[in-house]
Design a protein around this ligand. Structure first.
Ligand code: SIN
Ligand code: NI
Length: 265
């Protein structure tokens, strides 16, 4: 057992070897109910503080009804976006000195004409210089998820192929075409159904996918993006950093990117 009560040595070695790991029961039953209520309210709040990626009827909306930085619309979301248990888990899995918050996403995969989330890596979208430093996400299921309603799948060891290209999620290229030298030929995708309140963590370089939602209810999830120590701004356009007046190559820290967990020395 490591620095928190949920992450075991098995989780850590699986994560480092494969680039993702499933952790069951990350939320208590009470937390799950509260988070469902808060996220429901946040997703229905209109404001200019958070970013709604697409509107109903849009092509991307069929992939994801996504709101970025829900914590800026709903104070209750702060309890979860900055939750110590999640950040301590990220610290243990990455082995970094610190974990800082980058942003959160409400990720609802809507019913009716739903499209899968295509295979992609997250790191190519982020405005950071250090692609190989282990930036990563937690993805928490707020509903039971399986292949019918949009559970995730991961390609083991794909975080070891390095940063490729940012896939257009609404009109996707095939990310496997960018892998050189048959590096992933031996790897089969692993489908990860989850119970509500359980989660996965994935490295920003790990190939991942989510099935279309063919049920009649939204598939609700919260993702939180974490930065290990030493992440700097690349100057690339990104909704989270565009209006902040940051200098290229400066450290990503400060009030919008709080320190959440630190290794005991
Ligand atoms: C999804 O929720 O469908 C995709 C999440 C991700 O790309 O990390
Ligand atoms: Ni992703």
């Amino acid at each position: 057992m490591n620095i928190n009560t949920l992450i075991t040595d098995e989780h850590i070695s699986f994560y480092r070897e494969n680039g993702f790991v499933k952790v069951e029961n990350m939320l208590t039953g009470e937390e799950l109910e509260q988070l469902r209520d808060y996220l429901e309210e946040a997703m229905h709040t209109e404001s200019s503080r958070s970013v709604q990626t697409d509107k109903q009827g849009g092509l991307y909306y069929r992939v994801l009804n996504q709101k970025v930085n829900t914590w800026r619309d709903h104070a209750g979301m702060g309890k979860f976006s900055f939750h110590e248990r999640f950040a301590q888990s990220a610290l243990a899995l990455t082995g970094s000195e610190e974990i800082r918050f980058f942003h959160d996403h409400g990720l609802w995969k809507m019913p009716n004409d739903s499209k899968p989330t295509p295979w992609h890596q997250d790191t190519p979208y982020w405005p950071i210089n250090e692609a190989e430093k282990g930036m990563m996400s937690i993805w928490i299921a707020l509903d039971d998820v399986n292949e019918q309603n949009g559970c995730m799948a991961f390609v083991p060891k794909s975080h070891k192929v390095g940063k490729l290209t940012s896939i257009d999620l609404a009109n996707p290229q095939n990310i496997f075409d960018y892998v050189e030298g048959g590096q992933l030929n031996d790897q089969k995708p692993v489908v990860v159904p989850l119970k509500a309140g359980s989660c996965t963590f994935h490295n920003g370089l790990t190939f991942h996918y989510a099935h279309a939602n063919v049920t009649d209810r939204p598939r609700r999830a919260l993702a939180i993006i974490y930065m290990p120590d030493g992440i700097t701004y690349s100057g690339k356009a990104h909704v989270i950093t565009d209006e902040l007046g940051l200098e290229k190559d400066q450290a990503l820290k400060g009030p919008l990117f709080p320190l959440l967990a630190k290794r005991n020395t």
